[in-house]
Design a protein around this ligand. Structure first.
Ligand SMILES: Cc1cc2nc3c(=O)[nH]c(=O)nc-3n(C[C@H](O)[C@H](O)[C@H](O)COP(=O)(O)OP(=O)(O)OC[C@H]3O[C@@H](n4cnc5c(N)ncnc54)[C@H](O)[C@@H]3O)c2cc1C
Length: 477
């Protein structure tokens, strides 16, 4: 093997000798892939096709030992280091140009303890891996709505989905984690072990170390739940959204209902003449008893004149995959996001105006329904600070050809600006694209930023873990 040139965290480059590379390769249980070698392109290809970065080398880890060796090498030489879990983050920080990439996607095991109602999860696991294993015992923990998302990145940013109003954020169900710090030491983080680190990784992203194992609390869920879609014509969207906001204000914690606006995909239960036209979709899930779920869903099903209504008993693990066909990897994507405490009339105006100008058939606007249990956790209890937010908007711009980049990104930014007067100013760190570094302090972390910066200074004073929505280490005296 020859020497390679590799980027460093100070923006320069260094040479890694063939001897150092041989030693690394020989020590790994997984593998080392250089450009052109097997596994290299697979590792650097992530969900968002806008991201096309070329690391100088990729470690494809299969265990904590591989992670420790990689972090120690990066720390020793000051190498630019990126960490990939499921590879779904919109900003694409899982991959770095010219540096060392640590790919955890082969570490996908999940072990459930049904008696203790806990699960141990490796950082390459996808949501579907965790859901399938936990649902074998009628258990689950709150996760996101797209089953191919990585558990690791989702958890480290906070994590919410259909179960969060009932059982809290994913991080509210995190019991412990094994973390490889910037010094290359593996430590356990929990309420009693390194509690400052445990606080920081519950929302602070990948800033503090590489998590090699997560331990989650589980809850009885399903296996059947009441879930499904209710589709309305766009012409009725204003009235439906007004009724929607009145109903969600009274909804029990078990019920979560997101509003999605887009052009109708050719779903088999939609009449052909509706395909390709703008629609408003209410997507709901009730995480409780089936009879109570049917009752809670009834008022949502009674809104207006529906084009289609496919709400009914469904396997929870299946419902978790419902949006997968619309969110496949390989397309170009750009997101803008705001948090809200209410769906104001002015916000509805902004949304409807944007839906009239959707720049591609794949674009959609999600209004995620939050609140409930996740908002009964104090702001300072975890790094995730947005405990007053009832709704999150994700402007999900999605298209196929680079020639459409400017138009599609411009559409998202226009809606973002129009919706800003009605927003809290906060933003969910996992929905931030790669051009929003200026939102990290006040938007993503607000009152918790300074404490995060102090924990960063303790565990990663040189900012080795900087390929993320970065928290700079607090200055130490
Ligand atoms: C289609 C789609 C739907 C989504 N829906 C939801 C949703 O419903 N709810 C929700 O909460 N979020 C949702 N998200 C956002 C999602 O939570 C983030 O994209 C998350 O970062 C994905 O995690 P990942 O491991 O797949 O990503 P990656 O890109 O692999 O990782 C993201 C970042 O996390 C850090 N990281 C990853 N693994 C580790 C580790 N083991 N140790 C330390 N740092 C690590 C790194 O900094 C990395 O850059 C969705 C994303 C997509 C693309």
């Amino acid at each position: 093997m020859a020497d390679i040139v590799i980027k460093t965290i100070d923006g320069k480059s260094t040479s890694l000798s063939s001897g150092a590379l041989d030693a690394l390769r020989g020590g790994l249980r997984g593998g080392l892939s250089l450009p052109g070698e097997a596994g290299y392109d697979e590792a650097r290809t992530i969900w968002n096709a806008m991201i096309d970065k070329r690391p100088a080398a990729v470690v494809r880890a299969v265990g904590a030992s591989d992670v420790i060796q990689t972090v120690r090498l990066a720390a020793q030489h000051g190498l630019l280091l990126s960490v990939r879990g499921g590879g779904h983050n919109i900003a694409g920080n899982a991959v770095c140009d010219g540096g060392l990439m640590l790919d955890l996607s082969r570490m996908g095991s999940v072990r459930v303890d049904p008696q203790a109602r806990t699960a141990r999860v490796e950082p390459g696991a996808r949501l579907a891996d965790l859901d399938k294993e936990t649902q074998a015992f009628g258990l689950a923990t709150p996760l996101g709505i797209n089953s191919t998302t990585g558990v690791a990145g989702l958890t480290l940013g906070g994590g919410f989905g259909w179960l969060s109003r009932k059982y809290g954020l994913t991080v509210d169900n995190l019991l412990a984690a094994d973390v490889v710090t910037a010094a290359g030491d593996l430590v356990r983080a929990s309420e009693t072990d390194q509690p400052d680190l445990f606080w920081a990784i519950r929302g602070g992203g990948g800033n503090f170390g590489v998590v090699t194992s997560f331990e989650f609390r589980l809850h009885p869920v399903g296996p059947q739940v009441i879930a499904g879609l209710i589709v309305h014509p766009f012409s009725a969207a204003r009235e439906v959204l007004r009724e929607y906001r009145a109903l969600v204000a009274k909804a029990p914690d078990e019920l979560c209902c997101w509003a999605v606006m887009r052009k109708a995909p050719p779903l088999p239960f939609l009449p052909p003449e509706v395909h390709g036209t703008e629609v408003l979709v209410l997507a709901l899930c009730h995480a409780g008893d089936l009879a109570a779920g049917a009752e809670a869903a009834a008022p949502f099903r009674a809104i207006g004149k529906r084009i289609a209504d496919v709400v009914g008993p469904a396997p929870y693990a299946g419902w978790q995959t419902a949006f997968d066909p619309l969110l496949t990897p390989g397309e170009r994507n750009y997101w803008k996001s705001h948090d809200f405490v209410e769906v104001a009339d002015g916000l509805i105006d902004a949304l409807l105006d944007a839906v009239r100008r959707l720049p591609s058939p794949q674009c959609e606007i999600f209004i995620g329904h939050l609140g409930g249990a996740m908002n009964r956790v104090p702001v300072e209890a975890t790094a995730y600070p947005h405990r007053n937010v009832e709704f999150v908007m994700n402007v999900h711009t999605r298209w196929s050809h680079p020639s459409e980049d400017t138009r599609c990104v411009g559409w998202a930014r226009t809606l973002y600006d129009a919706a800003a007067p009605f927003a809290t100013g906060g933003v969910y760190v996992n929905f931030m694209p790669d051009d929003e570094a200026q939102r990290v302090r006040a938007g993503a972390y607000g009152p918790n930023y300074d404490r995060l910066a102090r924990v960063k200074a303790k565990y990663d004073p040189k900012n080795l873990f900087r390929m993320n929505q970065n928290v700079a280490p607090a200055a130490t005296t």
